[in-house]
Design a protein around this ligand. Structure first.
Ligand code: PXG
Length: 464
């Protein structure tokens, strides 16, 4: 058989893909009528497809390629590590240098007393670890009933049964018997869509105090932890009002429940700090990490755990772990990625230079007639599409219809900017230059113009 390479004609690759490759979060039968875009290479912030198009990737893959594509250093570290020790496990009283070195580096980078790392292969796996770890923690401390984890609707914490249950995506819960028992949800702090007549500050407090009400309803003795993303990512880059996080922190402290900050997207410079928790002044007991940890060059995730939690867990045999926990190649690549983020001043640049530049340009999109609010923290941002800004009105058409039409124009204009419902989101590689930011904004504006024209042509320019 002829090898399958990038050099086959696109249509042939698409037909093979449709026939044999089942895609995540997709309607598989759709690939038979419209083939997938075949990505063949990438450098910096630009992707190349099998038709030779150059596409600006304003999503950094799936929010993960923080240092940009095409860094040889990571390839070299991976090759070296594969030759030296391609695999060994970290079970049964064994360890290896890459896992040790990365854990030490993460302990140094993480705030406060988050000094201990439990490795996983992904964010989903890490959140499964967290679910079992917080329950085990309370059981070990003599509170076996403290088992319920509270999360938020429209949160994303992964796609395994445990992490998908922790998440608040109703479409996911409808498939495959989720959520599992012992998980409760409160509403998200999305002021634009759900704030009604409240000011953002009042609304932030109201949403935070839902946590207190939920703890009262369930009984403090039954609640183990609250889990949340510092800034919701997959839910549409929802930035909570300023009053939200201080109130959440107070409640977790006073009610004696653990706080898990899911930093899978917010971590490793995305917000202009090493972790979103630092940006928003959150003091978690556990942080979930993945994605930017290796800039997506290798699959790796984990939980960074406080001294207290680690000590309690350390007193029992924690019957949990993955074949690839602390994989040596993934760990070595992650370490090299962290070196680059640090030594090239990439996090500082997001905080002080390119981040503020992007924020200013991104805000200017609110001058577009179809754009209501723009929200951006560091290099994760979203705009709300609306036919009536002053009323913060949604479209009459089913949520996501207009977002999808606009996203199609972005793709046609060689810009990867996604939609979540009728919010458009960006999360570019952190190395994006000012010139590339200008290109991103120009293409976004043009796509908004074309999207709005398409919406009007389809008779969908109506408030709901
Ligand atoms: N937590 C958060 C906050 C995430 O964003 C996960 C956990 C799970 O990580 P893994 O590595 O298991 O995928 C994520 C992942 C999207 C999209 O469409 C977002 C994610 C994954 C896939 C798609 O925005 N986030």
């Amino acid at each position: 058989m002829q090898p399958i390479t990038n050099h086959l004609p696109t249509a042939e690759l698409q037909a093979l893909d449709a026939a044999h490759h089942m895609h995540p979060f997709s309607t598989q039968s759709g690939f038979k009528t419209k083939g997938a875009r075949v990505i063949t290479g990438a450098k910096g912030v630009m992707l190349r497809d099998s038709e030779g198009q150059e596409i600006l990737d304003a999503m950094a893959g799936l929010w993960c390629v923080n240092i940009g594509y095409g860094r040889d250093e990571l390839a070299e570290v991976a090759a070296r590590q594969m030759r030296e020790l391609p695999y060994y496990n970290t079970f049964f009283m064994t360890t290896h240098v890459p896992a040790i070195a990365l854990a030490k580096r993460l302990a140094d980078l993480a705030p406060g007393d988050l000094n201990h790392v439990f490795y996983a292969g992904s964010g989903s796996e890490a959140n499964d670890t967290n679910l079992r770890m917080v329950r085990t923690y309370w059981a070990e401390k003599g509170h076996p009933n403290k088992q319920i984890v509270i999360s938020r609707w429209n949160a994303y914490h992964g796609s395994s049964v445990g992490s998908g249950s922790l998440g608040g995506m109703k479409g996911m819960h409808q498939q495959g018997g989720m959520p599992i028992p012992g998980i409760a949800h409160i509403d998200q702090p999305n002021w634009w869509s759900e704030g009604g007549d409240m000011s953002p500050e009042e609304f932030g407090l109201e949403r935070a105090r839902q946590l207190e009400a939920k703890i009262d309803e369930l009984g403090e003795d039954n609640v183990a932890a609250f889990i949340a993303e510092p800034v919701q990512g997959a839910g549409g880059v929802i930035v909570a009002p300023d009053t939200y996080w201080p109130e959440i922190s107070r409640i977790c402290r006073e009610r004696n429940i653990l706080l898990i900050a899911d930093e899978v997207i917010c971590g490793f410079g995305r917000t202009g700090e090493w972790f979103g928790s630092q940006k928003l002044n959150i003091t978690p007991d556990i942080m979930t990490i993945a994605k930017g940890l290796s800039s997506g060059y290798q699959p790796i995730g984990g939980s960074i755990v406080s001294d207290e939690v680690a000590e309690v867990i350390g007193n029992c045999e924690f019957n949990h772990g993955y074949t690839y926990s602390g994989h040596p190649v993934a760990s070595a690549v992650a370490l090299e990625n962290l070196r680059i983020l640090d030594e090239e001043g990439i996090v500082d640049r997001v905080r002080n230079d390119t981040g503020p530049y992007l924020a200013e340009k991104f805000q200017s999109l609110t001058d577009h007639p179809m754009v209501g609010e723009a929200k951006i923290v560091g290099m994760m941002g979203s705009i709300a599409l609306t036919p009536d800004k002053s009323a913060r009105a949604p479209f009459e058409a089913e949520a996501g219809t207009v977002g999808y039409m606009t996203r199609e124009r972005c793709f046609a204009n060689n810009l990867i900017m996604r939609h979540v419902g009728d919010r458009m989101i960006i999360s570019p590689p952190l190395v994006i230059s000012k010139d590339e930011i200008d290109t991103l904004i120009d293409r976004a504006w043009q796509s908004l113009d074309e999207g709005m024209a398409a919406v009007k042509d389809a008779g969908l320019w109506k408030a709901g």
